[in-house]
Design a protein around this ligand. Structure first.
Ligand SMILES: *[C@@H]1O[C@H](CO)[C@@H](O)[C@H](O)[C@H]1NC(C)=O
Ligand SMILES: *[C@@H]1O[C@H](CO)[C@@H](O)[C@H](O)[C@H]1NC(C)=O
Ligand SMILES: *[C@@H]1O[C@H](CO)[C@@H](O)[C@H](O)[C@H]1NC(C)=O
Ligand SMILES: *[C@@H]1O[C@H](CO)[C@@H](O)[C@H](O)[C@H]1NC(C)=O
Ligand SMILES: *[C@@H]1O[C@H](CO)[C@@H](O)[C@H](O)[C@H]1NC(C)=O
Ligand SMILES: *[C@@H]1O[C@H](CO)[C@@H](O)[C@H](O)[C@H]1NC(C)=O
Length: 261
């Protein structure tokens, strides 16, 4: 073999290897849904066993194996929730039922071949939970506090689009036992009157999409206590006046009837 020929074949082998290792499938499933991961090994290999693993930080966890001699073996923690749905050594698939957030991550299928050894393929699974969000605000002593909360998985990201006004923000992140994440962002503005009639927008980014929650700030003065009280008092006075007039007219009518008879 010539020198150039050798270099070419080395390059060719490297290209093939990186291609085989870089091809990573991507799958997406909603929490509670079912998903099938599959691998196909082209070419004529003698495959002894197929092993499915989950890549966890540090170690790979064995989920399931299949070989002609030993048949199907599913890891204890996955029994009833995972099974092979394509049983062939060179064309394999597993199905995960009722996906959980904990299933989010990357998976490897290993073809144990003879004499080439283990040939891996990779699949990454994104488990998502639908976004639920809300936005509301309160005004107290002229200070406005707006609260935007977003619950989802992957973790939603909150940003505010607000009119120019001096404001402060705080953010709290809660991870629930089932893996869902809630982000609660609060916006504080002193002197809410500067915001009257303006739009507050809370933009939530989730799964590479933006969703806006918006609210229009009412003219705070109408809701301040003195005005509210004044309105109530005026209403009561009006009702009492109307009732008095009605009673008075009835009495007069009765008295005139009495006189006539
Ligand atoms: C998941 O699979 C189960 C059992 O096959 C089925 O009853 C259920 O409807 C499936 N769920 C979805 C979201 O497809
Ligand atoms: C898988 O193996 C079968 C025989 O076991 C063979 O007929 C088929 O062509 C193989 N598929 C691929 C894609 O190599
Ligand atoms: C798993 O799948 C195989 C065939 O693909 C089937 O024979 C077996 O009964 C399944 N196991 C369970 C627990 O459903
Ligand atoms: C709002 O008022 C509080 C209390 O006076 C003060 O601590 C805070 O810095 C003010 N925030 C802004 C954004 O002006
Ligand atoms: C996870 O827990 C949170 C808080 O308890 C709840 O709001 C959410 O619906 C749960 N998600 C699922 C998929 O059960
Ligand atoms: C409202 O903001 C003013 C400063 O603008 C501050 O003095 C006052 O304490 C704040 N009131 C409340 C209830 O936070």
């Amino acid at each position: 073999m010539t020198y150039q020929g050798l270099i070419l074949s080395v390059v060719f082998i490297m290209l093939c290897r990186t291609e085989a290792e870089l091809v990573t499938q991507k799958k997406v499933v909603e929490v509670g849904g079912n998903v099938t991961l599959s691998c196909l090994l082209m070419g004529s290999y003698e495959i002894l066993q197929v092993t499915w693993q989950k890549k966890n930080t540090g170690v790979n966890e064995n989920l399931a194996t299949y070989s002609l001699s030993k048949g199907i073996n599913i890891a204890e923690t996955y029994r009833g929730r995972l099974n092979f749905t394509r049983l062939s050594l060179n064309d394999t698939a597993i199905t995960l039922w009722r996906a959980r957030i904990q299933d989010d991550g990357c998976y490897t299928c290993l073809f144990n071949t003879f004499p080439d050894g283990a040939i891996p393929q990779h699949t990454c699974l994104t488990v998502y939970e639908q976004l639920r969000g809300s936005l509301h605000y309160v005004v107290s002593e002229g200070n406005l506090t707006a609260t935007c909360s977003a619950t989802a998985w992957p973790r939603p990201v909150i940003s505010w689009i607000v009119p120019k006004a001096e404001s402060e923000q705080t953010e709290e992140v809660i991870t629930h036992p089932n893996g869902t994440v809630s982000v609660i962002s609060k916006l504080y503005v002193n002197s809410s009157t500067s915001l009257a009639g303006q739009l507050l927008i809370c933009r939530v980014q989730h799964m590479e999409r933006d969703r806006d929650y918006s609210v229009k700030v009412k003219d705070g003065r109408w809701f301040s206590v003195p005005w509210f009280l004044a309105t109530v008092v005026l209403l009561i006075v009006f009702v009492v006046l109307v009732l008095t007039v009605v009673c008075w007219r009835r009495r007069r009518k009765k008295q005139s009837e009495f006189r006539a008879s």
